[in-house]
Design a protein around this ligand. Sequence first.
Ligand code: 2HA
Ligand code: ZN
Length: 275
Amino acid sequence: MRVLDAEFTKGFIRMCNDGWEQGWHERNGGNLSYRIKDEEIESVKDDLSFDGEWKAIGTCVPQLAGEFFLVTGSGKFFRNVILKPEESIGIIKVDGSGENYQICWGLEGGARPTSELPSHLMNHEVKKRVTNGQHRVIYHAHTPNVIALTFVLPLTSEVFTRELWEMATECPVVFPDGIGVVDWMVPGGRDIAVKTSELMEDFNVAIWAHHGMFCSGEDFDITFGLMHTVEKSAQILVKVMSMGQPKRQTISPDNFRDLAKDFHVTLPEKYLYEK
Ligand code: 2HA
Ligand code: ZN
């Protein structure tokens, strides 16, 4: 089968386009990666090449040795993925040491994988371990309302989790583990990748202050839905904070505890503080 005919490729391209339509991917902003299943890579193997040059990832991910990823390209525009997938996205293979990658399909015309490859792969490495291989998607987007909040809220997991939970009843059910926050850092390198992947031990969402968000999930629907839910909640919070008066009523810590019981989720007490 051709890579472009595979369901995982179609799902990946659709997600890129959905993110573009949400307004989260100005210019070349944001990136997406998918850890391809064995049977999926097997189904497209005749369309792959294995003579590409090995290049440094920029970090070390030994637990991903031999894995294949579908990734967006560095400098590529999400807007163009649906029109020119062979140039905008590609399949890479990680070598046996976890330090190098090889392009096996796509990224035509000399393109390279996303500039955030170290963060993507280090997040994948953590998530593969802590979810027993269930999580396969890492998504980075420039979500305007979450970014706006990083200028006015304290940059702590406690505050972001609680404030965003309060904005929509579904939130604690969708992200019961809460949200991690990374202070402003230079993007693209190993340092921010290390910091983000540490948070991915505990969270499926990490906010990069004044930059955007990373989400992790099992599949495209779950991961896109998570990004969408957090950003929509942030949008509501921005509206509430913009109305020039304090909240008159809200969802209380006891309301959250009742919700947790009925929806069978565990909500850590550290987020249910009295204000
Ligand atoms: O331009 O989003 O963080 C891609 C990015 C870098
Ligand atoms: Zn970014």
